[in-house]
Design a protein around this ligand. Structure first.
Ligand SMILES: [Zn+2]
Length: 209
């Protein structure tokens, strides 16, 4: 069931591995089907090389397994994905990775300010969700507040999460956040002081064009 959505989730997970945003089975991806309300989600700890469309599980909004052709375990971050869908009814996809540059700021508990126009795509500043152990309900709860204002958040001492209307859109946001983190890091290193934010008035001009 939901073969085309499974295919898209699989494709994005493979792309993320190729792009170097995930390694050795880290990271997880999901997309919700509007008709059934079910979610197609990647399994836990499986090498992408061994993955195919049947590796993607189908679950419901309570985390019950609806389809699991290869008898795998869903990602250990299933609660975090469900939390994103329950608290942001407008979104249909979730990406989570430990992308290096983003995770540097997650480790320093430092939000990424809007220093380039790409930040518009995720809603401005990328906030940091309070520390919680991976895979726990506490981690699932920690993303609720940051996601109220942003389509991306860093997970303290852990990684980064993005949401979107489609899995492709959520993934583009993941790439942008990683680029923003890289630019921010190098700009901090270059002058050893905070770069200037782009003022809201400039963002408004872009919106109004
Ligand atoms: Zn993680």
């Amino acid at each position: 069931m939901l073969e085309s959505i499974k295919e898209r989730v699989l494709k994005i997970s493979e792309r993320a591995e190729k792009d170097g945003l995930i390694r050795r089975g880290s990271g997880n991806f999901s997309m919700r089907d509007i008709g059934t309300g079910y979610i197609c989600i990647t399994p836990t700890g499986q090498d992408r090389e061994d993955s195919d469309i049947d590796s993607i599980l189908v679950i419901d909004m309570d985390g019950n397994i609806i389809e699991n052709k290869k008898n795998l375990k869903p990602t250990s971050e299933i609660l975090m994905h469900l939390s994103a869908y329950k608290n942001r009814e407008d979104i249909k996809a979730v990406c989570h990775t430990h992308a290096i540059y983003s995770t540097i700021f997650a480790v320093r508990k430092k939000e990424i300010p809007p220093i380039v126009f790409e930040s518009l795509i995720v809603g401005g500043t990328v906030p940091v969700a309070e520390y919680a152990i991976p895979g726990t309900k506490e981690l699932a709860d920690s993303i609720i507040k940051p996601l109220e204002k942003s389509d991306a958040c860093l997970l303290e001492k852990h990684g980064v999460l993005t949401v979107g209307n489609t899995i492709e859109e959520a993934y583009i946001k993941m790439q942008y956040v990683e680029d923003m983190a890289k630019i921010y890091l190098y700009s901090l290193l270059l002058e050893k002081k905070e770069p200037e934010d782009i003022p809201q008035s400039e963002f408004d001009k872009v919106f109004n064009r």
